[in-house]
Design a protein around this ligand. Structure first.
Ligand SMILES: Nc1nc2c(ncn2[C@@H]2O[C@H](COP(=O)(O)OP(=O)(O)O)[C@@H](O)[C@H]2O)c(=O)[nH]1
Ligand SMILES: [Mg+2]
Length: 251
């Protein structure tokens, strides 16, 4: 299967890729790692395939005289143009291992555009593909942060049409740990916080979103993890497995 690690820049994708792959290996699972981020400087893992062998953001900046965002855009186009060739690499063999794919730094320039959709479609055609949407847990201070970031995972699921697990990263840094934990585990408690923290139309809108999340949470529950301490990895593994089972057979 393919496990696509997605999230905003700095949400912890690369760190989680390294730590979760190590954890899976230690627990007897076969894993391959793909670095799909052409803008990565150093990565804390040994990739089985590295997109930087084909394209890097810094080279594209020099060659096409572009800034970092323009270059990431151009690099994304190059990745999609060469996708068929890239996917032939043995690292992408999906049936004897979990292929963990660390995605490009800026979600909005790759995953949320046509490029991300196209690349994911090609993966999906080959094997079951599950997404992880990482939200930087240390940036969640209140119920509005929690709901909006969690919703983004849902949007990504709709956009890419793959089961996408909402994962709150950096659990070791979450400022109000108990509140986030409670809200994530018992989304019905969200309504109470919404009434306390928001008002008017915003509260109504947030309340509708919370209902949607509560409903959706029954099929793919959110997980709190720390790549630093390994907390939540067992839970993440079991939710990935459930998502995998729900996303098709192995044929
Ligand atoms: N304390 C802590 N820091 C983390 C954790 N995961 C990532 N980070 C830090 O967050 C920053 C961004 O992480 P990175 O993996 O590069 O994010 P990416 O841009 O999404 O790939 C780095 O400084 C990491 O060391 C975590 O679980 N705990
Ligand atoms: Mg990264």
């Amino acid at each position: 299967m393919y496990l696509l690690i997605m999230g905003l820049a700095g949400s912890g994708k690369t760190t989680l890729t390294a730590a979760f792959a190590k954890w899976m290996r230690e627990n007897g699972h076969k894993v391959r790692i793909v670095n799909l981020d052409p803008g990565a400087e150093v990565v804390p893992y040994e990739p089985d395939f590295d997109i930087r062998d084909i394209v890097t953001v810094s080279k594209v900046m020099r060659e096409y005289n572009l800034g970092p965002n323009g270059a990431m855009l151009k690099a994304s186009e190059i990745i999609v143009e060469k996708a068929k060739q890239i996917l032939k690499h043995p690292a992408f063999k999906p049936f004897d291992a979990t292929v963990i794919i660390d995605t490009p730094g800026q979600l909005e320039i790759f995953m949320l555009r046509r490029e991300g959709y196209k690349f994911t479609s090609l993966l999906k055609r080959r094997a079951p593909t599950v997404g992880v949407f990482l939200v930087d847990g240390s940036m969640v201070y209140n119920v509005a942060d929690l709901i909006t970031s969690w919703m983004m995972g849902l949007l990504l699921q709709v956009k890419l049409d793959i089961p996408t697990i909402p994962v709150f990263s950096k659990a070791d840094l979450i400022p109000d740990r108990e509140v986030v934990e409670k809200l994530v585990m018992e989304p019905e408690g969200l309504q109470e916080y919404i009434e306390r923290q928001l008002s008017g139309v915003t509260a109504e809108l947030a309340s509708e979103m919370a209902k949607l999340l509560e409903e959706y949470q029954q099929s793919l529950r959110p997980v709190l993890v720390s790549a630093k301490t390994g907390e939540g990895f067992e839970e993440l593994f079991s939710v990935v497995h459930e998502a995998f089972c729900s996303c098709g057979d192995l044929s």
